[in-house]
Every structure is written in structure tokens, then in C-alpha cells.
Design a protein around this ligand. Structure first.
Ligand SMILES: [Zn+2]
Length: 208
């Protein structure tokens, strides 16, 4: 009985040490994407599994969030989601692969296309360890409406808390490949800095 108790204490000590060492090595706790729920304001409208937009490749870790703009002025969140969905029907030799975990619309609504524990095709070599967010915009400047911006801040803050990320772990598609995406935040780096500050504040409020 005493030996059993001792064994249990040893096992717990070993597990605790392993968790602490992992946290020390990575600088933060490792969160299994399958354990994270999306906020209730997200409309879940997952794509049909298919090789061009939802290949169902497991996303095992999340080290960052990549922000994009849809580059199609005035298109809605649902239209962009349906574009990704339509890629499953491609025929011929020249095909497109594209998708995103989330699309934020012109009124700040959010559609989820890909589960958090699956890879989306949005951010090139960072697809394997990031969550992607596409944002709709009214014109060619790529500037988001306030409603879209506010939802982006809130969703990023939520994901930062859930995945133990820092605002600096939120990057632009531009930071991955040099692509001018999201255009407004590439053209206005000071606005991107402000965005990071807004997310930082939103994280603070969420953690209260
Ligand atoms: Zn992009």
C-alpha cells in the first residue's frame, strides 16, 4: 500500500518534470489543436474533404497565426468559403490548392472552413504549424472595415490565449513569402504595429 502510494508519487513527479521541461524547451505549453474549441460567434461551415482545399492533413502544433486579405474587394466571407469549397470540382492539369481556417467578413462575421486540427492551404511553408485567417475588404487598398478589424483582433486574442501564443506570433503572409498580403498591413507597417498592440490589450481583457 505504501509502496503503491510511493510509486504513484514518483509517476506524478516524472510527468510533472516532463511537462515543465517541455514548456522550458518550447518556451510555452504545447496545446493539442484538437482540444481547442472555436468561440461561439464563429459560424462553422467546414469544407467537404478534398485534396485541393481540405486534405485532412493533421495540424499537430500551432506556433503562430497568419493573417491574409482575400484580394477580391467586396466579396463576402461565405463567397470566399464557397470558392474554397468549389476547388474540389477541378478537372484538367492546371489546378489550384487554397483554403483558410477562418474567413472574416465585411460585417465582422466569421466562417470556419477547416478544423483547427487540420492543415489549411494558405501560408506556404507555414501551413504545417499555423492557423490562417483571411479577411474581406471593401476596395483595392485592402483596408478592413472596423467591424472586420475588431473581429480579427478578438479572434487572434482568443487563439493566442488558447494556444499560449504572443502577439508577435501573429504574422502576415508577407512575412512568410514576401507576398503583398494582407496588402494594407504591408503598405502600412505602423498599422500592423498598432494591430499587435490592440491584440495585446484584447488578450489582457480575456485573461482578466
Ligand atoms: Zn495571403
Amino acid at each position: 500500500m505504501i509502496l503503491g502510494g510511493l510509486a504513484a508519487v514518483v509517476v506524478i513527479a516524472v510527468i510533472t518534470t516532463a511537462v515543465l521541461v517541455t514548456k522550458k524547451l518550447t518556451g510555452r505549453k504545447q496545446v493539442n489543436p484538437a482540444d481547442v474549441k472555436v468561440p461561439e460567434y464563429v459560424k462553422v461551415d467546414l469544407l467537404t474533404p478534398n485534396k485541393y482545399s481540405r486534405p485532412q492533413t493533421p495540424l499537430e502544433k500551432v506556433n503562430g497565426i497568419v493573417v491574409h486579405y482575400v484580394a477580391n474587394p467586396c466579396s463576402t466571407a461565405l463567397e470566399n468559403r464557397n470558392y474554397f469549397e468549389g476547388l474540389k470540382d477541378q478537372t484538367g492539369s492546371k489546378t489550384t490548392s487554397a483554403s483558410s481556417h477562418f474567413v472574416i467578413g465585411l460585417e465582422g462575421e466569421v466562417v470556419q472552413c477547416i478544423p483547427l486540427d487540420e492543415v489549411a492551404y494558405a501560408s506556404n511553408n507555414r501551413n504545417s504549424d499555423t492557423i490562417s485567417i483571411e479577411c474581406c475588404h471593401p476596395d483595392e487598398t485592402g483596408k478592413f472595415y472596423d467591424s472586420t478589424y475588431q473581429t480579427l483582433v478578438n479572434l487572434c486574442a482568443y487563439l493566442c490565449v488558447e494556444f499560449d501564443l504572443k502577439p508577435d506570433d501573429i504574422i502576415r503572409h508577407y512575412d512568410v513569402t514576401g507576398k503583398i498580403c494582407p496588402k494594407y498591413f504591408v503598405d502600412h507597417p505602423e498599422e500592423w504595429e498598432t494591430f499587435h498592440k490592440d491584440v495585446k490589450n484584447a488578450i489582457r481583457i480575456l485573461k482578466k
